[in-house]
Design a protein around this ligand. Sequence first.
Ligand SMILES: [Zn+2]
Length: 90
Amino acid sequence: MTNRYRCSACGNRTRFDVVRSWRTRAFYHFTVGGDLQVEDEAVLDESVDEVSCRWCGTGASVSAIEDETDVALVGSEVGTPRAPDAAGEI
Ligand SMILES: [Zn+2]
């Protein structure tokens, strides 16, 4: 489950640079020659550290979108049609 985001400065809802941290557990399977094969990797914890607007270059105006109702509201606020942006992203 990943939050969607929007930048209130430029209206961007589709392009962001995201810094994430993952904590994982994995089975490290080495061959006798020392080659590593990682197996059964499981995500124990995941967090989003930073979200920046791709166009503004800063995360100052970026906020998470809670649900689609909010998305529709944002679309009307910035005066752009909703359909092209929302298509194929659900
Ligand atoms: Zn922006």
